[in-house]
Design a binder for this molecule. Structure first.
Ligand SMILES: C[S@@+](CC[C@H](N)C(=O)[O-])C[C@H]1O[C@@H](n2cnc3c(N)ncnc32)[C@H](O)[C@@H]1O
Length: 193
């Protein structure tokens, strides 16, 4: 699926799509490294979109690991299933998906890669998604998500950062990845062991 299709989906629903262009290979490399996908047994991706992160995740997965992508947009899900037939995709909202159908309740995701447009979300939705997903992060597990440099200072970006800081996890940030439109950095939450 092309950048043109991504842009079309943006014009149809800007608040859910949240970006005009898909993320760059440089941002994909940074977020996949930050989330330590290669070490993970269970990997979750939120909002894979047209799959710029999924492509690298798929190439980085350890042989016995499993991947689940949760994406709201049916057009993106259909294209992802065609492009990555060996991966699992759920057409669902991240804040509602019942993970127990895919992963036993006592098992967590070691690596969560999020492409969700947090800054475009109201605080209630940010809270609902984090509250639904983070309890499924394994001890020592990584949750990595990006923010556009500068836009993270808008009200939606500030409330998201506050929510991240409130979690019972260690919060770190990477430096800006300039080879992305717009440039972005990555927030990483690490669940205490
Ligand atoms: C900014 S795009 C990012 C796509 C891709 N990860 C990238 O970096 O290019 C955000 C994606 O999140 C999806 N999305 C938005 N809200 C969602 C939700 N509540 N649950 C799951 N996916 C959602 C959108 O449909 C879109 O594909």
């Amino acid at each position: 699926m092309s950048a043109v299709t991504f842009f079309k989906e943006f014009t149809r629903n800007w608040q859910h799509t949240g970006a005009v262009f898909p993320s760059s290979p440089a941002l994909a490399r940074a977020i996949v490294a930050a989330a330590e996908v290669a070490k993970a047994k269970h990997v979750l991706e939120l909002g894979p979109g047209t799959g710029p992160f999924t492509d690298l995740i798929s190439k980085s997965l350890a042989p016995d690991s499993r991947y689940l992508g949760v994406e709201l947009n049916p057009a993106f899900v259909a294209a992802l299933r065609k492009r990555f037939p060996h991966l699992d995709f759920a057409e669902a909202a991240a804040q509602e998906y019942d993970f127990t159908g895919w992963l036993p309740e006592d098992t967590g995701f070691d690596s969560v890669v999020s492409g969700l447009p947090w800054t475009a979300f109201p605080t209630g939705l940010q809270r609902a998604i984090l509250g639904h997903v983070l309890p499924r992060l394994a001890p020592g597990g990584k949750f990595a998500t990006f923010a556009y440099t500068g836009l993270h200072l808008l009200p939606g970006g500030r409330s998201f950062r506050r929510l991240l800081a409130e979690q019972e996890c260690r919060l770190t940030m990477t430096s800006t990845v300039w080879a992305n439109v717009p440039p972005a950095f990555i927030y990483v939450l690490t669940r205490h062991k």
